[in-house]
Design a protein around this ligand. Sequence first.
Ligand SMILES: [Zn+2]
Length: 287
Amino acid sequence: MLVTAKEMLKTAKEGKYAVGQFNINNLEWSKAVLLTAQENNSPVILGVSEGAAKYMGGYNVVMGMVKGLIKDQGITVPVAVHLDHGSYEGSMKAMEAGFSSIMFDGSHYAIDENIAKTKEIVALGKEKGFSVEAEVGSIGGDEDGVVGSGEIADPAECKMIADLGVDMLAAGIGNIHGKYPENWTGLSFDTLAKIQQLTGVMPLVLHGGTGIPIEMIQEAITLGVSKINVNTECQLTFTAATRIYFEEKKDLVGKGFDPRKVLAPGFQAIKDTVKEKMEMFGSIDKA
Ligand SMILES: [Zn+2]
């Protein structure tokens, strides 16, 4: 069932668990995430970066594919299709294609311009019926070409953006996209606690969910994080499983060259990773 992220995250915040956002790249990814959500009776958010939307053929292709999977695979759990780190222009295109949720990443603008553009997108969200995520303080690492330096967000700025009527707020608290470096100092729970104190019931979003230790994830959920983005980890497990297929030369046996066979281990690896995250985030049986 295609829904916005608003209700599912409000319920998650009240219930002290988080909903996973799993970024998709193609049919296998989308089907793996949706089937795992259905099997585990978990709400789910499909994240689509601008680069991934372009790769898949465009925003309309993504919506056509996901809507088709929901219908033909009998997916009844709540599913949001969410633009991840959208530019202003990308947000407009995703909106036209019918995305149910949009992250407008105005973190690279000065705060005044971030506010003005976020306001405009919030108004469009209310009119057209999609949920909106905003970001304060850029999140470190490279997210599909969007490079951030890993700032710690200013809680007062978070409050200003939250008051614009966004449905969820991403704030930099030392989290990083991609793999975490050896010398990573961990999440800033002091900052998270201050942000939560100022923003109240607003669901907070943790980007860069790959490789954050489980204790930190659970502490973050306790402090108001209701959505956790996972992207790199599915890429790593998919690619590792696919590599084994070739290393074992399974492609040379019988019809092992059939792409449906080649992609099967990676598909299963995504399913296993998604399930593991849903357990960690506490979203199983919360649909
Ligand atoms: Zn992100």
